[in-house]
Design a protein around this ligand. Sequence first.
Ligand code: CAA
Length: 263
Amino acid sequence: AAPATYENLRLSAPKPGVGLITLHRPRALNALSSALFSELNTALKDYDSDSTIGAIVLTGSEKAFAAGADIKEMKDLSFSQAYNTDFIASWSSTIPHIRKPIIAAVNGVALGGGCELALMADIIYCSSNATFGQPEIKLGIIPGAGGSQRLTRAVGKSKAMELILTGRNFSGTEAGEWGVAARVFDSAEECVNGAVDTAGKIAGLSRVAVKAAKEVVNKSQDAPLREGLEFERKVFHGLFGSQDQKIGMSAFIDKKKPEWSHE
Ligand code: CAA
């Protein structure tokens, strides 16, 4: 069960159907400590099973989406501790299994694990002066929460190599140009509002169709094309067994607004 309050998160419902999670560890620029991540996993699971929520927005502050894994927490970690506790595996234990859409609204720094967290979301919105990057190489390590895989899929090998081998940052504007971010806004406020608006639109659609759509798009990230196409067609066929397919198509023909059953 969810704790009534979180130490490192703020939760709100800015629009019907939208759950907004704000990372709130201001003194460490939202560095992703184990405690913060554990709270984030709990909050995401709760939203995923909450029937009033249709989409989730994840954001930070104007200054920091997240400055990465907590360097103070991991500085003295030994290999055997990292290996035996499967350090950072908990970052991937929940987010990839959340079935409702997650939009990351990125303002300020999204560095290292912060960039990787944004890349785990389904959609990234950012402000033009956001700062993304995988600076791990400058700490004598490498990205450990998917950066080398997800960033490479997002920007291609040559650019990902340049970013990961040098640790240079890239701006929100570049993220937009490269397709890492779906939309780029002029200010942090517009970015969060934009993400909440899009989440609200998604939350107003059939939940069953939205979940299916997320599932099939994600399949494209790790399946060969033919397998992905077959998977898509099977899921497409399956939706003819949903009530919302009948509701949506009848509403179109009757020129009415569909009243989704979400079933
Ligand atoms: N871990 C722990 N604490 C952090 C942190 C981090 N990743 N990033 C910032 N902080 C802390 C700082 O230590 C500082 O705390 P104190 O006041 O106690 O010293 C506080 O947040 C404010 O930070 P700065 O004073 O450095 O603020 P700034 O505005 O001068 O600089 C910054 C901002 C450029 C983001 C700088 O803080 C920075 O470079 N942070 C580290 C970024 C980084 O290297 N991230 C990658 C981490 S490794 C990783 O994520 C591994 C992985 O793949 C999972």
